[in-house]
Design a protein around this ligand. Structure first.
Ligand code: 5CA
Ligand code: ZN
Length: 481
């Protein structure tokens, strides 16, 4: 995998930069021979995924159980829920044959998401009494959607390889509502750990998940100003429980319909991570998810080679024992070539240089991925390194927030909205009706993302709709991925 990959285009040309960095930093290989939307994780990309999904698992495992359902869904189960089907039927891959010629009795869908794999066959059996509730399960699986829009690695896939879907069952509508809010909080915490700012909003009626009462969505503003939906949480009401007969016996011995929610995240979170933090030199990663957190570069001079090697090894041992992911670069390259390697490929948050002079002075030199240098006393190594790491995480967070702050702009006319949406997200007063949304969407080629915006970047003001003049609340509009 050590191919010479040439120079990275500047991040200003975001589309080219994005495609190139996936390849140069060895995240995804797009040369897999299935047309569109099916790609391969390089081991380095997969290590990022592993660290990122470890955070997601840690958060979910507090009060969910992990599970694994089949990928194949029988056609008859899949077809039971009309609204849900209508939302997905154009996107389903079907398995119709087994072996050479025999046609399957019942065609099998490759799950595009798992409601119909989980609810009718299993939840209908598992939910019996109020004592069984709530049920909160999740799985991290691959799902398949025959997307017809332009596919893009990590962003719009036909095989989504890292689909985290949670499915919960509750006794009441209100408990399900509370669960949707918890899910959104969990996503907020998750993205905060990735230092990626997000905007939460309520999707318009016509853009909610097929079969949901309502949908809350989490969006990221990408460097080019387009937004990427990086997580959704759906209140399913009793929509599925009615169809699939998911009922429980309450404390009085009466049969009641259950209420459900589901919420999902895909590897779009990795796309957001890369895009938010990366720069002209390559990958930049928060320590929490960097496959290599510290690269030790020994500055070797002939006379004291043995001594420097030993010092670097001791450093590595101590840092590894403290739990850091560390690599020492003993390759016989010039230090400059090593720096370049760790900047581009690794997005390594911290480089530690150690040479004869540092040994003499009882220090190590730390350089963050953004070039901030600081010496750390060798005899107080661990607290010193932790402080540098924490400060770096804070810097990434602030840098990302500042950028997003600039990308979200209030607008009070169509012209202003057009200009704002050209650079990012426009916040406009909108009455909430479909006609006005359509008027906005066609006039300036954007999507109305949502209302009830939960974001510190968007003030909850009252106003009048920029189309019809009726009383309005803020809505966010943007060009979307
Ligand atoms: N069953 C529900 C919740 S698990 C569901 O499928 N919701 S979803 O359709 O909104 O998908 C959840 C998230 O997966 C989306 O918010 C989006 O971030 C991501 N996603 C959806 N389609 C794709 C795709 N084709 N490629 C990559 N990510 C996708
Ligand atoms: Zn209006």
């Amino acid at each position: 995998m050590q191919e010479d990959k040439g120079a990275l285009p500047p991040k200003e040309t975001f589309s080219e930069w994005y495609n190139d960095i996936l390849w140069q930093a060895e995240i995804m290989d797009v040369r897999y021979p299935v047309k569109g939307g099916v790609y391969v994780w390089y081991p380095h990309g997969f290590a990022m995924r592993k660290a990122t999904y470890a955070i997601l698992r840690e958060l979910l495992d507090k009060d969910h159980d992990e599970t694994l359902f089949p990928m194949l869904i029988p056609e008859n189960e899949f077809m039971k829920e009309a609204e849900h089907i209508k939302g997905f039927e154009e996107e389903v891959y079907w398995v119709t044959h087994g072996g050479g010629t025999s046609e399957l009795d019942v065609p099998l869908a490759l799950r595009p998401t798992s409601e119909t794999a989980i609810y009718p066959p299993m939840y209908a059996l598992w939910v019996r009494s109020h004592a069984d509730l709530p049920i909160k399960l999740y799985q991290i699986v691959n799902t398949f959607r025959y997307e017809t829009k332009h596919t893009r690695p990590l962003i719009r896939l036909r095989e989504i390889t890292s689909f985290k879907e949670a499915h919960t069952v509750h006794a009441t509508w209100e408990e399900a509502e509370a669960q949707v809010n918890d899910a959104v909080d969990l996503y907020r915490t998750f993205y905060d750990r990735l230092c990626v700012p997000v905007i939460v909003s309520r999707r318009p009626e016509w853009d909610k998940f097929p079969g949901a009462d309502y949908t809350l969505a989490t969006d990221v503003v990408m460097p080019d100003g387009k937004t990427l939906q990086v997580g959704t949480a759906h209140h399913l009401g009793d929509h599925f429980s009615r169809t699939f007969d998911i009922t429980y016996e309450d404390a009085q011995g009466e049969q009641q319909l259950a209420y459900q929610t589901c919420y999902g995240i895909s590897e779009r979170c990795i796309a957001a991570l890369i895009s938010t933090h990366g720069d002209d030199k390559g990958l930049v990663l928060p320590p929490a998810v960097a496959p290599v957190q510290i690269a030790i570069v020994p500055i070797i001079i002939k006379k004291r080679e043995e001594e420097v090697r030993a010092a670097a090894e001791a450093l590595e041992t101590e840092l590894k024992e403290a739990g850091y992911r560390v690599k020492t670069d003993f390759r016989s390259l010039r230090p400059g070539a090593k720096y370049y390697h760790w900047e581009m490929r690794g997005g390594v948050p911290l480089r530690i240089e150690i040479g004869p002079r540092d040994i003499d002075n009882g220090v190590v030199m730390t350089v963050t991925r953004l070039g901030e240098k600081q010496t750390v006393a060798r005899d107080a190594l661990l607290p010193g390194i932790q402080a540098v790491m924490d400060a770096f995480t804070e810097t990434l967070k602030e840098r990302a927030e500042q950028k997003v702050q600039e990308q979200i702009v209030p607008a009070s006319s169509l012209d202003e909205a057009r200009e704002a949406a050209g650079k990012g997200v426009a916040v406009i007063p909108w009455c909430g009706c479909k006609e006005c949304a359509t008027a906005i969407e066609t006039a300036i080629d954007v999507s109305v993302l949502g209302t009830d915006v939960q974001s510190k970047y968007v003030a909850d003001t009252e106003g009048t709709c920029i189309i019809c003049g009726k009383p309005a609340r803020p809505a966010i509009i943007a060009r979307t991925y």
